[in-house]
Ligand binder design. Structure first.
Ligand code: NAD
Length: 274
């Protein structure tokens, strides 16, 4: 049987023009890189995250001016379900739609299980996992109504494998991979996709915060921490970049990725190939 081929089209430069994207935890690091990449592809972007209001305002203005898109900001604290509901409602009220949801916000705490502070466990689970349950359940009705949706959960290599002393983080990241699969299955017939991206180490403030502590704990230099501790499991021996994660998020948001759903895609230089 001959199946007629459609003409091959290249990805337009502004493949996401007309789309509205919300990126949680986009005042810093990976989330900011993803927000910039989505804006560069033409999407209007809602930023969210903690930080100094004036600096966030400048970031917002800079993205709008650089890429010619609309930007807004929600200060929602993702430990608070009511704030999350207000953020989603405000996004839909302002833009009339929410096409791309990137659940990126995350925090880390490192301690042995028996000494793991209970309040840190609760906070990590709330921000890294439960907030994505809330944003997803609240965004889906608008996506279903528009017949289009892309949900991208920034998990981690720690959503696929464990490491000692990171009980809450590893549990939350494995949890978000599970949430990704269920969301994908429940939306598969509706032009909505849900995927997890699982980075290895990416150089951001979250990682910078671990370097000095590890150097002290092991009595070694920063360079040794980077190569022998942080990147010990990462065979390519370099950090992934926020630009790489931004480009992947843009791709997963395009029509070209319409059949990709329910995966947890490692971006880890070979870490989980071990
Ligand atoms: P980051 O610390 O640079 O940024 C975290 C973002 O989350 C910030 O914008 C912060 O304001 C926001 N945030 C924290 N608590 C919040 C709260 N209560 N409410 C709203 N926003 C809140 O970290 P990053 O390295 O860019 O990490 C981003 C995501 O990528 C996280 O989910 C992290 O687990 C994941 N990740 C990071 C790495 C890495 O090596 N950096 C590797 C794998 C996965």
């Amino acid at each position: 049987m001959n199946i007629p081929l459609k003409p091959q089209t290249s990805q337009p430069a502004r493949a996401l023009a007309g789309r509205v994207a919300l990126v949680t935890g986009s005042t810093s690091g990976i989330g900011l890189g993803i927000a910039r990449a989505l804006a560069a592809a033409g999407a209007d972007v809602v930023l969210n995250g903690l930080g100094v209001a004036s600096e966030i305002g400048r970031t917002r203005e800079q993205i709008a001016a650089e890429f010619g898109v609309k930007t807004s900001y929600s200060p929602a604290d993702l430990t608070r379900p009511r704030s999350i509901a207000e953020m989603i409602a405000a996004t839909i009220a302002q833009s009339g739609r929410l096409d791309i949801l990137v659940n990126n916000a995350g925090i880390q705490h490192v301690a042995p299980l028996e000494q793991f502070p209970v309040e840190k466990w609760d906070r990590i689970l709330a921000i890294n996992l439960t907030s994505a349950f809330h944003t997803t359940r609240l965004a889906l009705p608008a996506m279903r109504q528009n017949g289009f949706g892309r949900i991208i959960n920034i998990a981690s290599a720690h959503g696929l494998v464990g490491s000692p002393f990171k009980a809450a983080y590893v549990a939350a990241k494995h949890g978000i991979v599970g949430l990704t699969k269920v969301t994908a299955l429940e939306t598969a017939e509706e032009s909505i996709t849900c995927n997890a991206v699982s980075p290895g180490y990416v150089y951001t403030p979250l990682v910078e915060a671990q370097i000095d502590g590890q150097a002290k704990a092991h009595g070694i230099s920063r360079d040794q921490v980077i190569r022998d501790v942080l990147l010990a499991q990462q065979p390519n021996k370099r950090f992934a970049t926020v630009e790489e994660l931004g480009a992947l998020t843009v791709f997963l948001s395009t029509d070209a990725a319409a059949s990709i759903t329910g995966i947890a895609l490692p971006v880890d230089g070979g870490w989980t190939a071990h």
